[in-house]
Design a protein around this ligand. Structure first.
Ligand code: TPP
Ligand code: MG
Length: 756
């Protein structure tokens, strides 16, 4: 053990380690085993007197055995003991002056980076620097050496425009990728410091933020994920907080109401929102447009809520400590001054989103007493920050040890889920369902087909967490075996999201980002508009979330045009990296589910019918034919088809009927089912061309608008579909009324052939 402390001096690394557990075992070991001094010659016992009494006997016992332990073992043992006897240790600044200098390091980096880029948002990082300093040095459980440690606390900067706050923190805390060069290249092409934080681009960024309100709602999903995994795998593996920094704008957005209502209802006690309560937004004081009492608002949603001075480190620490103990989610409204330290522009909208200008930067340096050149952090402050960045290492090692000590099956399952790997039994489950369908075909709505698929899938994939925005019975997203997640009981796999489509979609993103969960949910396709901002971010972040969207056309019938999607398939297909599936029958539904689950680099939509459709795919075929995005579901009678008929979903059956009508007229037509445009377009040119074929006449039929179809049928192709809104009537009448029938499809082909 003495080897850790070479001579009378600690290596810088060991110093950090000792600081990490300053209140505990290693500190005591230092005092007991050697009269060590740190690299600056300071004795530990005089510097760190706050030894927690509970740990001392353990350390003494360990010391008395005289056994030698490897450094990781020693750290793990120390931290396990600490975890049992104290809260997660911090490295609180030792004085107010030290706190101020640490917070000013954030402020300086933020104003310098924005100044250099001549673009960005200095106000938030400067205003929230005190809150961040307290949180990251004393409370947040993380290890800068491993930003992906599954049991880290999550920190979500919901107000993504304040991205320099995150980047400054990452640099100061010692995240390897975040060098000072990256800070100097803020907002430049290819840098790790883009304008708004981008998950998957910058290590440590938990979610992509910028569209206000999304991060807060993501955090609700993260907090649900944590509670669920704790319920399934136990607190040894999942036990962490989710913190959010939210701005006025975040809380003005409607999605925030959905998010806080759900979090309050579910009693997500480990969710803590730090509100950057600066009373300023872009147009000026928030009083121009807002007079909500946020504390009362959150309280009424079942939260603990409190108001503090966001520049008082002691008040911040006390509020976070109290929030950690609460049995409800907590809001801490931190009254701050936007652009704190900028003497002329601080406190006004002028510091929100533009560089301060050389004069104001110089004046701010003076006000803050920060006498260092741009991008330079003095050694003592940097090492204090780096110590904060390393203080979680023992905790992480202890967690890794606990994981290693788990039952082998439980460990393998936890690791599989966190890695997002599908279980081997999925393929067998799909095959089994397909064999059953070959033996006993079903003419049912694809939404019911989806439920049929889910009965098998949710058994094979326990990491699937379903839900619905108050349309459970219509969306068919809950199988009989799925239990609901409830306040205080998070072991279930179904979430009643309430009538909150936007919050639902954003929470799903949070669950996927957290890891260990494949979220899926349901609403009507027409309400994809209510989810769209979150779906777009899922696509941007490459997250596997699956939206079951039923009632996918005028085929829903009597509810009328408010509920009948018309432009929605086209609008969703316009989102890059989103797979829009519209299966034609129960077999395609199973195959599309399989593809959506396998698609771990982006979200999927399953657009499903309310009305029954025939099972077109008869016989057993193990291959997933939908994987190509489109395939010939009915071949032409001879080699050279005169007509190619393309269709999706419920209209594939119409195309198959139209093919028969054409055959009766001695015209050879083939039918191509197109369950997923995106997969078709991703094929190599030759393969795609082969599927589209070379018939002289192309006709597409889909009960939606034409937009997007030209890429398949050509601008000279004929489209049978919708050109405006639907109407209220039984589905069959509507299809006739809008001319979406087998006869009309056949007529369109005949007209093109000059045979009508
Ligand atoms: C959904 C959405 N709408 C608008 C914007 C543009 N925008 C960025 S920040 C902001 C408001 C700024 O006020 P606040 O959120 O209080 O941030 P602060 O100025 O205090 O940093 C707006 C409207 C956005 N990012 N997202
Ligand atoms: Mg504000």
């Amino acid at each position: 053990m003495r080897k850790l402390f070479a001579g009378n001096y600690l290596s810088p690394e060991a110093y950090v380690v000792s600081r990490e557990s300053v209140n505990g075992a290693l500190h005591d070991l230092c005092m007991t085993l050697c009269t060590a001094r740190d690299t600056r010659g300071r004795r530990f016992d005089s510097e760190f007197p706050n030894v927690i009494p509970a740990v001392i006997p353990w350390a003494r016992r360990l010391a008395a055995t005289g056994q030698s332990m490897s450094k990781p073992d020693l750290l793990a043992a120390a931290s396990t003991n600490l975890a049992q006897s104290s809260r997660f240790p911090g490295v609180a600044p030792r004085s107010r002056a030290e706190h101020d200098r640490m917070a000013n390091a954030i402020r300086a980096l933020a104003m310098d980076a924005v100044e250099q880029a001549k673009s960005g948002h200095p106000g938030l990082p400067m205003g929230a620097a005190d809150v961040a300093t307290v949180l990251f040095t004393q409370f947040l459980k993380f290890d800068a050496a491993d930003p992906t440690w599954p049991d880290r606390d999550r920190f979500v900067l919901s107000a993504g425009h304040g991205s320099m706050l995150l980047y400054a923190l990452f640099y100061l805390l010692g995240y390897e990728a975040m060098t000072i060069e990256e800070i100097k290249h803020f907002r430049q092409l290819g840098s790790l410091t883009p304008g708004h934080p981008e998950h998957g681009h910058t290590p440590g960024v938990e979610t992509t933020t910028g569209p206000l309100g999304q991060g807060l709602a993501n955090a609700v999903g993260m907090a649900i994920a944590e509670r669920h995994l704790a319920a399934i795998f136990g607190g040894d593996l999942a036990d962490h907080f989710t913190y959010v920094l939210a701005s006025d704008g975040d809380l003005m957005e409607g999605i925030s109401q959905e998010a806080i209502a759900l979090a309050g209802h579910l009693r997500l006690a480990k969710l803590v929102v730090l509100f950057d309560d600066n009373h300023i937004s872009i147009d000026g004081p928030t009083s121009l447009s807002d007079s909500v009492d946020q504390v009362e608002r959150f309280e009424s949603a079942g939260w603990d809520a409190t108001r503090i001075d966001g520049h008082d480190p002691a008040a911040i620490a006390a509020a976070i400590a109290a929030a950690q103990k609460s049995d409800r989610p907590s809001l801490i409204a931190c009254r701050t001054t936007i652009g704190f330290g900028a003497p002329n522009k601080g406190g006004t909208e002028k510091v929100h989103g533009s560089a301060l200008g050389a004069d104001e930067v110089a004046a701010a340096r003076k006000t803050l007493g920060w006498n260092y050149p741009p991008f330079e952090i003095p050694d003592d402050i940097l090492s204090q920050w780096r110590a904060a960045g390393a203080r979680g290492s023992a905790s992480r090692l202890a967690w890794e040890k606990r994981l290693a000590a788990c039952d082998a099956d439980q460990r393998a399952e936890f690791e599989r889920r966190i890695a997002g790997k599908l279980p081997a039994k999925l393929a067998a489950a799909v095959k089994d369902v397909k064999q059953k369908l070959a033996a006993a075909p079903k003419e049912i709505a694809t939404r019911a087909a989806s439920e049929f698929a889910l009965e098998a899938l949710t058994v094979a994939l326990p990491e699937m967490i379903g839900g619905s925005a108050d349309l459970t019975g219509s969306n068919n997203t809950r199988t009989k075996a799925m239990k609901a997640i409830k306040p205080g009981d998070y072991a279930g796999t179904f979430i009643h999201y309430g009538v909150r489509e936007h919050g639902m979609a954003a929470a799903m993103n949070g669950m996927a980002l957290h890891g260990g969960i494949i979220p899926f949910s349901g609403t009507f396709l027409v309400f994809s508009d209510y989810c769209r901002p979150a779906i777009r971010l899922a696509a941007l972040m490459g997250q596997r979330v699956i939206h079951v969207m039923t009632h996918d056309s005028i085929g829903l019938g009597e509810d009328g045009p408010t509920h009948q999607p018309v432009e929605h398939l086209a609008a969703l297909r316009a989102i890059p990296n989103l797979k829009v599936f519209r299966p034609a029958d129960i077999v395609e539904t199973m195959e599309c589910w399989q593809l959506a689950l396998a698609s771990n680099t982006g979200p999927s939509i399953l657009a499903l019918t309310r009305q029954n459709v025939p099972q077109l795919r008869q016989g057993f075929d193990e291959a997933n034919r939908c994987a190509a995005g489109a395939y010939e579901i009915a071949a032409a009678d001879d080699d050279a088809a005169a007509v190619s008929l393309f269709a999706t979903g419920s209209e594939v059956a119409l195309a198959v009927e139209a093919r028969k009508l054409l055959a009766a007229r001695k015209i050879s037509a083939r039918v191509v089912s197109v369950p997923c445009f995106e997969l078709l377009f991703a094929l190599p040119d030759a393969k795609r061309a082969a599927i589209i074929g070379t018939a002289s006449v192309n006709v597409a039929v889909e009960a939606g608008i034409r937009q997007g179809w030209d890429a398949i049928i050509g601008s000279d192709g004929t489209f049978v579909g919708m050109t405006g809104f639907g109407a209220s009537a039984p589905a069959k009448d509507l299809y006739r009324h809008f001319g979406i029938t087998a006869e009309k499809v056949a007529e369109a082909a005949l007209a093109r052939l000059g045979k009508s």
